[in-house]
Design a protein around this ligand. Sequence first.
Ligand code: ARG
Length: 636
Amino acid sequence: AGIDQLTSLVNGLTLGAVTEKYPQAHPEINPLDFYRAHLSNVLAGISGVDAQIVYPAINWTTGLDKGDFVLAVPALRLKGQKPDALASKWAEEFPQDDALFDKPTTSGPFMSFFVKGAPLSKSLIPMIRSLGEEYGRNRFNGLRDPKDPSQGKKRIVIVEFSSPNVAKPFHAGHLRSTIIGSFLANLYEGSGWDVIRMNYLGDWGKQYGLLALAYEKYGNEEALKKDPIDHLFKLYVQINGEMTAEKEAIEAQKKEGKDVTELEANSLDEQARRYFKRMTDRDPEVLKQWQTFRDLSIERYKKTYARLNITFDKYSGESQVSEEAMAKLAVEMEEKKISRVDNGAVLVDFTQLLPGKEGKRLGVAVIRKRDGTALYLTRDVCELLSRYETYNYDKMIYVVASAQDLHLKQLFEIVKLLGYKDIADRCQHINFGLVLGMSTRKGTVKFLDDILRDCADHMHETMKKNKEKYAQVENPEATADILGISSVMVQDMSGKRINNYTFNMDAMTSFEGDTGPYLQYAHSRLCSIKRRANLTDEELQSADLSLLTEQHAVNVVRMLSQYPDTVQNTLKTLEPTTVLTYLFKMSHAVSSSYDHLQVVGSEKELMKARMALYDAARIVLANGMKLLGLTPLERM
Ligand code: ARG
């Protein structure tokens, strides 16, 4: 629906004609592609430049006041002609009576194009309302062969994110990974990819031998079942304390010249090592115990992720990498002369393998310790290759803090050195900076649940400050919970991923400024207008959209038209802020229009047209919020 409004206005430009000439265009889901095609045709006619060259040179603007599109004439690379003069000449020759555009304006070598309001409103609003959740999605992006959709094979992407460590705190790095990773998964899904959401738990290593010992000593089955994450963490803290004390005591005896051989042989550290050895030897008894810890922890994690609308397709983890795979890898690395033995340990010396700076930067990595145990990096190499065997992914994204930049570089480089460049090239590290000053009321230990609960509590208090409004909220607790979560997420996604930011409870829970609560307010206000207008779907469908003549109305429509392009651009930036910035701009355009475009209280036909506009805005805002992983509130 909708797009036929445009094709009927522009002679001879059918959808088929557009997509045949411009294969990258999808006018049936992105009307601006139709505008670009038409504009390219017109400009090609005036300038004599090939339309295929013009099309990709037509860009977005930084704001509506600068037009809907801009063309930088130098981008066409025409020899021997002054761009400024060309811009003026072409603007002059641009048809006065073009169906879609006003006459362009120029500034130096730049031509700005403004769309006419009525054709855009008439085509876009029905299109958004009929596409609904699909508006902004582009299923063609994810096809292995986009030129031939009938082939229909989807590309596969694994997004690995969150990946906390069992029995250890869920820290800010995991929080960011969860937020950003879930967003990326949604983004690829909306672009037609087959997405596998994967959680790679830190659930293996000597420290888990120690944890099992602690459970043998102090464990409580009931407490474990009730809150495994909390119980295991407490055990872990306790046993670690004991181990440190023990180490100090042994050190002290050593200083006094005493023989500590026996003490050391029976130490917690040594017991943990032996226990972990049984784990790696796949001793069924100890593995069963470990499996219980793991399963219960995952059940608990799942509940928390559900609050964030996240479900994982796969809980992988360091424990899932087999010793056989690592032994095989060791042989392969030795044969391919990537590793060498040094004092019993196995190393990859990048400084020797790679010439110049790159080798220096990557340094030396340990693959196997002297006692034969494998490491984090070793497991990652095996896991990367085995995921390829299992899923045959086209792309794999690791959402991990920039503190692990070196680790992931080493990982990808080893895979390349092994001769699997094609696989390494499919992998990408999406990194992010630190969160500063994050602490909860309970102290510095941070579990995801505590963080979310704390924000919800804070939000609840903020809401109570406005007594009148608060009294009208039906379910204040649940609303505060969603608002709290939105606050954290929006704060996290506001800047570029790589930037550090300071966790600021007051700022993020404020209704003023570009915050989560502001976005939620904007959405629920649109919902409330719709409830109060109380028009049927038929009434909205039959609205006469040519009544939307005010500049405020046209500006809202122009903003709404940019959403598919924004999503498309986000696939390039892979930055949540690209979507978020758009949503704020769009919400500002909507909110500044309210005083000028009354719905309830206006004459019926006008009411219908304006309501259709606001309904389209509501859909776009909800789509964008869901893409970011937020739950749009209908009332608050
Ligand atoms: N569990 C790790 C940590 O907390 C993050 C895992 C990142 N993913 C990976 N494949 N190494 O630091």
